[in-house]
Write a new protein. Structure first.
Length: 507
């Protein structure tokens, strides 16, 4: 066995044996619960003077105060906590001694008794019988608390913060505020789904395993189907499948699900992440902008109670009209560089390198990078960190936006926007290209433009082009990361705080 029990675990294993010798099953089949801890408290609040109520509650043992002939304990379930009061005369000497000597913090127990209130005013269950539900062999990390200037300061139970992510089960067990983050995340997704449904969008599911990947500039994860002898890819986007459904006559469609990208990790990147994408026939990117403003304000207000939130000390207003800047205007504002004065990629690369050195910022310009990629890098390095309030950056370079419609009369830009707030990209959207001939030309141009070993090169999806040739209605599309929205509304500075099981390197 690879597990070598610690001294504390050996002590608990010894107690486990003694419980079994006493005829107590440490992991019984059946449990009984009449009330959650919150429900039991609510019942007591409704009792008239002199009345009482018998309840059966369950939960994890969080504290025990042994006073000899009696003891006080707290248990916690998924809703809250409640105090237990056990007297030797009420539960019997043997049962009392077993509770005192053979139970440990972290064990799950069931307790039946009458509701009462202690002299300190705490609602309590005076137990007449109890039952062990699950014996905890390993002790949970213990959080430390102290009072400072009248305020209770709580220190994390984990000496190494990374252990919180590696052992999320223990993190959740000892940190109620972490459980609250994931309740908030669930509310965000529910609110988003209701908003989409109420606006006539149909939720669908598209393939995660795909014979071709596409819809984003990203490197895929590759797998193999043994029986079919076929290479398959974990999807990097829903886009090409969702737009096929527009061809089929579903005018408004969306999906909330996982995407997978085989690329770097950071405070805002994880190899698998939750995305929401939608496509609406007969919309353009102006319609999508208006809809995105309303959706974000709705979700924030429904989930937090206000469309004005605080993120890392910055007050961010999600209500009202957001700032709209073209990419050209934004880069000129924050760097002084007008990239339209440098429409040759080599010329622009030299300008960016010089600017980076002047600002004492390490900036790189990849060899053979396209003009559009250079502009996108310039924006990411020098503009994005400044965009704290909700901002639409519009009119992106055509050569990095192969699925967006061109701006009439402008051969270099397309109708595309990205949403930025809190210094992060939050969403990406287009007036979607629905011309199959132009789409093929764009795909072929990218094949020539990208190096053979470029991680972001996508294969040409002939079936998607076939679908377009049947006729695709004009449409607006949108994709946003649910994880980053959760970071924003939960006020968390890293994506690991809002993913239950984030990807980590091996130890």
């Amino acid at each position: 066995m690879s597990w070598q029990p610690s001294k504390l675990e050996e002590q608990r294993l010894s107690k486990l044996e003694r419980l079994q010798e006493a005829g107590i099953s440490p992991y019984p089949l059946r449990i009984e619960r009449t009330h959650t801890t919150v429900e039991a408290t609510a019942v007591f609040d409704q009792l008239e003077e002199g009345q009482t109520e018998t309840v059966t509650v369950v939960g994890r043992l969080k504290s025990v105060r042994d006073m000899g002939k009696s003891l006080f304990a707290h248990i916690e379930d998924g809703y809250g906590r409640i105090q237990l009061f056990a007297r030797r005369n009420d539960i019997g000497l043997e049962s009392h001694n077993i509770f005192r000597k053979l139970l440990d913090l972290g064990d799950f127990v069931q307790a039946t008794g009458t509701l009462m209130q202690t002299r300190t005013g705490e609602i309590t269950v005076r137990i007449s019988e109890w039952k062990l539900l699950s014996k905890a062999i390993s002790p949970l990390p213990v959080a430390k608390e102290h009072e400072e200037d009248g305020e209770l300061i709580r220190h994390n139970a984990f000496a190494n913060v990374e252990d919180r992510y590696r052992q999320r089960y223990a993190d959740l067990a000892v940190n109620a505020e972490v459980r609250d983050v994931f309740r908030l995340r669930a509310k965000i997704i529910s609110s988003m789904r209701r908003f989409m449904d109420e606006h006539g969008f149909l939720e669908v599911e598209t393939p995660i395993l795909q014979p071709l990947y596409g819809g984003a500039a990203a490197r895929p994860f590759t797998t193999h189907h043994n029986q079919l002898k076929q290479e398959l890819y974990l999807r990097i986007s829903f886009e090409l499948y969702l737009k096929r459904l527009l061809v089929g006559g579903i005018e408004r469609v969306y999906e909330i699900g996982r995407d997978f990208r085989n690329e770097g990790v950071s405070f805002k990147h994880n190899p698998e992440f939750t995305q929401m994408e939608f496509y609406a026939a007969y919309w353009d990117y102006n319609d999508v902008m208006t809809f995105a403003e309303k959706m974000h304000a709705h979700i924030a207000k429904e989930v937090t109670g206000s469309s004005v939130i605080t993120y890392q000390g910055n007050e961010i207003d999600l209500g009202g009209a957001w700032t709209r800047l073209t990419m050209r205007e934004a880069i000129l504002k924050y760097t002084g560089i007008d990239y339209m004065d440098h429409t040759d990629a080599a010329d622009l690369a030299a300008v960016i390198q010089a600017y980076g050195k002047k600002e004492d910022v390490a900036t790189t310009t990849p060899p053979d990078a396209s003009w559009g990629k250079l502009i996108d890098g310039l924006m990411g390095d020098f503009v994005e960190p400044n965009l704290i309030q909700p901002t639409f950056l519009t009119e992106y370079p055509r050569d990095i936006s192969p699925l967006a419609k061109a701006i009439p009369g402008d051969p270099l830009h397309v109708e595309r926007f990205e949403i930025f707030m809190a210094g992060m990209e939050m969403a990406n959207a287009f007036t979607e290209l629905n011309d199959p001939i132009d789409q093929l030309d764009r795909f072929e141009m990218l094949q020539q433009q990208y190096k053979a070993d470029d991680d972001e090169i996508n294969p040409i999806d002939e079936d998607y082009l076939r679908a377009m040739r049947y006729g695709m209605p004009p449409n607006g599309g949108y994709g946003a990361g649910v994880d980053r929205l959760t970071m924003l509304l939960a006020d968390k500075s890293t994506i690991r705080e809002v993913l239950l099981f984030p990807h980590l390197r091996e130890r």
